[in-house]
Design a protein around this ligand. Structure first.
Ligand code: FMN
Ligand code: SF4
Ligand code: SF4
Length: 252
């Protein structure tokens, strides 16, 4: 998605299209929202979405449907997978920071989650291959009137409010920073610029709250306001900082 954000319009031509992304604040991360706003669909395409969450998926599917409706498209299939939390602090206010977060990302917990994810992936693959439909006007999900109303009225104001608070998310480095520049290279929003051998989070550029800088720093030198522990960083071992950095190379 990041590699296509410079385009005016994104034409998706495949027969089956999937949107796969993490849930941030029961909603889409900023670049996902921007990507969806640019999509042009073709009639008859099967559209599925798979999200990752850390236990509080909310009703993201309603919000997603709202975004897609503006593109003239309905969602056919939705599934959310519980995975490892990537941060002690999502978009929550500071009092919700999980101070014992490091102790939850143990090898045992991660293996248990991974094992479950693999099983659920089999369900997802089968459903997508058969172009199953589990969402839309006739689906049981739509009968949850309370969730629908909350989503319609509160989702966006809440999101803007909390994103506003977190515009000053408060990342900083301690003395162990070696000036390697890796945080700048993984930052998808280009918020980080190296300045005199130290990362500088530029105030006028939006943070996507992905925590890539925080998690990939080889020295664990990046701390965040109200979470100053040196223990506890997580990224999926199957992905490298280079993979993350290359996502933002814009397609011609
Ligand atoms: C800013 C932010 C907000 C988040 N909000 C939620 C949330 O509302 N519900 C939830 O279950 N998980 C939430 N999470 C956890 C992520 O969805 C989860 O860790 C995800 O698997 C991260 O994937 P990623 O490392 O690819 O970004 C949030 C994480 C971040 C960084
Ligand atoms: S990745 Fe860590 S050590 Fe490297 S420049 Fe950034 S904060 Fe410093
Ligand atoms: S969390 Fe860090 S890496 Fe992610 S967008 Fe914000 S500054 Fe960049």
């Amino acid at each position: 998605m990041l590699s296509l954000l410079n385009k005016e319009a994104i034409e998706l031509k495949a027969d089956i299209i999937g949107l796969v992304f993490p849930i941030y604040l029961s909603s889409t991360p900023i670049p996902v929202r921007e990507f969806i706003k640019k999509i042009h669909f073709k009639p008859g395409q099967y559209l599925f979405a798979v999200t990752t969450n850390c236990g509080y998926p909310g009703k993201l599917e309603y919000y997603l449907e709202k975004l897609l409706a503006k593109r003239g498209k309905g969602l056919d299939f939705y599934y959310t997978l519980k995975m490892v939390s990537n941060s002690p602090k999502g978009l929550q206010p500071s009092f919700m920071i999980v101070q014992n977060w490091a102790s939850t990302i143990t090898e045992k917990n991660i293996s248990a989650l991974e094992e479950n994810v693999q099983k659920e992936l089999d369900i997802i693959i089968k459903a997508i291959t058969n172009k199953e439909k589990n969402i839309g006007k006739d689906s049981p999900k739509h009968k949850n009137a309370v969730a629908r109303v909350i989503n319609k009225t509160l989702q966006l104001p809440l999101q803007w409010y909390i994103e506003g608070i977190n515009a000053k998310i408060g990342f900083y480095t301690d003395s162990t920073c070696t000036g390697c520049g890796l945080c700048e290279s993984v930052c998808p929003s280009k918020k980080i610029k190296m300045n005199n051998g130290k990362p500088l989070w530029q105030e006028d550029i939006r943070c996507y709250y992905c925590y890539a800088c925080f998690n990939f720093c080889p020295e664990q030198a990046i701390l965040v306001k109200n979470y100053t522990h040196k223990d506890g960083r997580y990224y999926y071992p199957g992905i490298t900082a280079k993979d993350i950095a290359e996502q933002k190379i814009q397609e011609k």
